[in-house]
Design a protein around this ligand. Structure first.
Ligand code: IPM
Ligand code: MN
Length: 372
């Protein structure tokens, strides 16, 4: 398959984790005979420094012309700590989501058996967790009208949804539930928010077209508690932009580290793949960031184009890195491996899923680990 992939490294650890994802996609390209073309472009604070804009026109055009976008991370402390900033790096990503109409954000959360003891939750609670969040990504409070009074003492962010915006992402979630354990939980705040009441009405109506899917409506505060008490309750979660963001961040740490979870943002014409984690500026350039979320985002890209064998090969190589303890610092304090060597190991093992092989990991990091 020929694919043109736009690479937006962004800020903080973004570029270095993205480089590992690219290594893995190149391994897939070689071993499965595909033809991937990668083109880099600027976004976020990195783009602001060079062009003044967090998302230059060139970047938007490249993304539109590409088959898919692979994204790293966005945000720097200078802007986080400056409430006066008129433009922020994050605006680049939000603009891109809107411009490419990436209305469905898919965030799969599945426990990795080898990492079960890394979870802050007890083994019995976390075991078997396998859920996916369908988050609406191009509307709601993120994109509503904003205001700040002239004297700077009153601010507002409007949360607005249309029936159409709710229904298109809801259909995606129901379709996913049909293929999974057939349970869909709509997360909202319908006892307080008018938008949530509209979500309930629209989603409850749509449920009639999916009679084999069981719909539960749950308040976000309850869902957040249940996520810690019994995450296995959930199969598919459907949420608006804000609730989906917060709940997925909670899930992100449940499985053992915030560096593990990938996501896909899908529209009708475009698709973007990105780790759920942030830009982790403290780790930038130190070769300690976990590349797994980025590598798995690359795997989701493959799956999106129907390359299921290739997807499985990447996931198998990731599992192998866990079993062999070729992991970054966040997973194992005593590790001798960094971002690059974990990426090398996974890339080198993408076809080979045979458990019985012994890896001569002495050479990993020099780009020449060998299978003996
Ligand atoms: C995410 C991030 C973004 C969001 C930020 C960086 C704008 O937290 O993708 O989860 O809030 O959507
Ligand atoms: Mn987030």
């Amino acid at each position: 398959m020929e694919l043109n992939i736009a690479l937006l490294g962004g800020d903080g650890i973004g570029p270095e984790v993205l480089a590992q994802a690219v290594k893995c996609l190149q391994a897939v390209e070689e071993n499965f005979n595909h033809d991937f073309t990668f083109t880099e472009a600027l976004i976020g604070a990195a783009a602001m420094e060079k062009t003044g804009s967090p998302i230059p026109e060139e970047t938007i055009q490249l993304c539109k012309d590409s088959d898919a976008v692979l994204f790293g991370a966005i945000g720097t402390p200078e802007y986080d700590n400056n409430p006066e900033a008129k433009v922020r790096p994050e605006d680049g990503l939000l603009y891109l989501r809107k411009e490419l109409d990436l209305f469905t954000n898919i965030r799969p959360i599945k426990v990795f058996p080898a990492l079960i003891n890394n979870s802050p939750l007890k083994r019995d609670v976390i075991i078997g967790t396998d859920l996916v969040i369908y988050r609406e990504l191009t509307s709601g409070i993120y994109f509503g009208e904003k205001s700040l009074s002239e004297d700077g003492t009153v601010a507002s962010d409007q949360c607005r949804y249309t029936e159409k915006e709710i229904s298109r992402v809801a259909h995606m979630a129901f379709k996913a539930a049909k293929k999974r354990r057939k349970k869909l939980t709509l997360v909202d705040k319908a006892h307080v928010l008018e938008t949530s009441r509209l979500w309930r009405k629209v989603v409850t109506n749509i449920a009639e077209s999916y009679p084999d899917v069981e719909l539960t409506c749950m308040y976000i505060d309850n869902a957040s508690m249940l996520m810690t008490l019994n995450p296995s309750f959930f199969d598919v979660i459907l949420a608006d932009n804000m609730f989906g963001d917060i709940l997925s961040a909670q899930c992100n740490v449940l499985i053992g580290s915030s560096g593990l979870l990938p996501s896909a943002a899908i529209g009708t014409e475009n698709a973007l793949f990105e780790p759920i984690h942030g830009s982790y500026p403290q780790a930038k350039g130190k070769d300690i960031a976990n590349p797994i979320a980025a590598i798995l985002s690359g795997a989701l890209l493959l799956q999106h184009f129907g390359l299921n064998e290739e997807f499985n090969a990447v996931v198998a190589a990731v599992h192998k890195s866990f079993r062999k303890e070729i992991v970054t610092l966040d997973i194992m304090g005593s590790t001798k491996y960094g971002t690059n060597s974990v990426g090398d190991f996974i890339a080198e093992n993408i076809v080979d899923v045979d458990d019985n092989l012994n890896i001569n990991d002495e050479n990993i990091g020099l780009g020449k680990s060998t299978i003996i």
